[in-house]
Design a binder for this molecule. Structure first.
Ligand code: ATP
Ligand code: MG
Length: 516
């Protein structure tokens, strides 16, 4: 029994799945291990002293609410003990109302509490009807271990199901303000932190469109979590057992990209000795995530449109069309409308892609509460990764983090916190935060005509270069990129944003111009 659930379900805590799905997996596995016919997980609704069924095998009705004063589940909630009922009908704690509602007959039952890390009751798990005979004492012991593992598993997620106190001492609400409520079950996704209205709107949309086959376009500045959301769409879809394949549309030149996506036939070109499947085939039965879609070459845009409309494609060098069994998710941080106006992005493809789009809010627009939760999340994550104790964020450091405008969004925050964790001993203080000094930011703000999001972080802008003659366009571009890189102290995301190009396009240009 040691770590049984963790072994069976541990992989799930690295996936962006919803609370509902995770709880269902837990109860499925528990029932299977214990050879039970059915199971139910109830969570405690403290406000009305009821246990609410949130996952289980309840084909007859949607939800059961049991008052904590009633039934076996109520007894477990009050006593905190595991119980084994070999003959339910003879036990005074058994509450037959649920069976009366469902028409199902419960003969035998195991029920146990779910406690969070602080020892607080969060819910109750029940297994019904051992398939063969009654649950033994050994079964009861094993069930108790599994219940503890289930609670530990919930605590490992960011879902807030276990409503565990956050690990740092940074307050999540200012004194006097009400604490933010944890998410409603089913609304959030593991590993995606966000409780404010902006992110909840995103969660609701994911919840709605993930199970559908619709193509989704993810939009938002660099570092806002588009990659995470793409995975959430996959892991919460009917295709979750299939592969999730990501293709970055910026990295390869046109010819190679076609090969990458669609594969080639044997003999398609010199050196093509064998047939090679492309990413469309690799993603079969799963999801194909096309990142930086704004950078897809025009010729391939036409082929992608056909793929979307007809679900078929032609490998390079093949006369045969193949059927594609994929769901496509795309992402971009570029203004597609402008690319369409400039003739660099096909209008028909644009309209096809934007049928379902999810706009990820910039970090600075998510509110103080979300920022604090993200800070706590990254402190814990980085401390774990580097085997460091979780240290508190000093109030003055927290103020700096809350005031900064985060041009690189969540990625920039994550990096900032990770380096602070590495360089802190007892607490995270302002000196361990790699943020621009406020006076430096002010100086640059005066220089820059960009909006806040585009503020460079360097305190002294580099000198413009005098070429001494009329420079070529390439020379100007190379020099301007170098200028911005110096201005933004090497922050490539900020630099790419100022240039209004994708980060990968910037990296390609830097390689091309041999810039560091
Ligand atoms: N809401 C969130 N909760 C927790 N971590 C997040 C969240 N959003 C983003 N991250 C983390 O921030 C980093 C950047 O996210 P991601 O790569 O998904 O951004 P992106 O929008 O795809 O950026 P780009 O446009 O540059 O590709 C990742 O490490 C991701 O795990
Ligand atoms: Mg990305």
């Amino acid at each position: 029994m040691k770590d049984t659930l963790l072994l069976a379900l541990g992989g799930l805590i690295r996936k962006e799945i919803s609370a509902g799905q995770l709880l269902q997996h837990i109860v499925d596995v528990m029932a299977e291990f214990m050879d039970a016919d059915r199971g139910t997980i109830y969570l405690l609704d403290e406000a009305c002293c009821e246990l609410v069924s949130v996952a289980g095998h309840l084909p007859e009705i949607g939800e059961i609410r049991v008052p904590t004063s009633q039934g076996v589940a109520g007894f477990v909630a009050r006593s905190g003990r595991v119980v084994n009922l070999p003959f339910c009908e003879d036990d005074h704690r058994f509450w037959p109302s649920v069976d009366n509602l469902t028409g199902y007959t419960t003969r035998t039952m195991l029920a146990g509490p779910l406690h969070n890390g602080a020892g607080k009751l969060i819910g109750v798990v029940q297994l019904l009807n051992k398939r063969d005979g009654i649950f033994s004492e050994a079964d009861q012991r094993n069930f108790a271990i599994l219940s503890e593992q289930a609670a530990a598993l919930l605590e490992e997620t960011t879902l807030g199901v276990s409503a565990s106190p956050l690990a740092t001492t940074a307050p999540t609400a200012a004194p006097g303000e009400p604490e933010a409520h944890s998410l409603n079950i089913g609304e959030g996704f593991n590993r995606i932190v966000g409780r404010g209205e902006a992110m909840r709107e995103v969660f609701r949309t994911i919840g709605r469109v993930a199970p559908m086959e619709a193509t989704v376009l993810l939009r938002g500045e660099s570092g806002t979590g588009k990659g995470l959301i793409a995975r959430a769409l996959h892991h919460n879809s009917g295709r979750k057992a299939g592969p999730f394949i990501q293709v970055d549309c910026t990295t390869l030149p046109e010819g190679l990209m076609e090969n990458e996506l669609f594969g080639h036939e044997r003999g398609a070109y010199t050196g093509a000795h064998t047939r090679m499947p492309g990413k469309v085939e690799a993603a079969s039965t799963g999801t194909l995530f096309l990142d930086e879609i704004g950078d897809l070459p025009l010729t391939l845009q036409g082929k992608l449109l056909t793929l979307l409309q007809e679900h078929s494609y032609c490998p390079v060098g093949s006369a045969r069309r193949l059927q594609a069994d994929i769901r496509i998710v795309t992402a971009t941080n570029r203004e597609l409308e402008r690319l369409v106006d400039e003739g660099r992005f096909r209008e028909d493809l644009y309209y096809r892609l934007r049928v379902v789009q999810i706009e990820l809010p910039a970090l600075r627009g998510r509110g103080r509460d979300d920022l604090i939760h993200l800070i706590n999340h990254f402190v814990t994550k980085a401390s774990r990764r580097h085997s460091r104790p979780v240290v508190p964020v000093r109030p003055d450091a927290l103020s700096m983090l809350l005031e900064y405008h985060w041009p690189g969004n969540v990625r920039e925050l994550e990096n900032c916190i990770e380096s602070a964790v590495i360089f802190s001993d007892l607490e995270i203080s302002p000196s361990t935060l790699s943020l621009p000094r406020p006076d430096a930011t002010r100086k640059v703000r005066a220089l820059s005509t960009h909006e806040q999001a585009h503020q460079p972080t360097s305190s002294s802008a580099p000198e413009p270069v005098d070429f001494g003659r009329q420079p070529t366009l390439r020379e100007i571009e190379a020099r301007y990129i170098q200028y911005l890189l110096e201005l933004y102290e090497g922050n490539r995301s900020a630099c790419a944003r100022a240039l209004d190009i994708g980060r990968n396009t910037l990296l390609r240009k830097m390689k091309d111009y041999e810039l560091e």
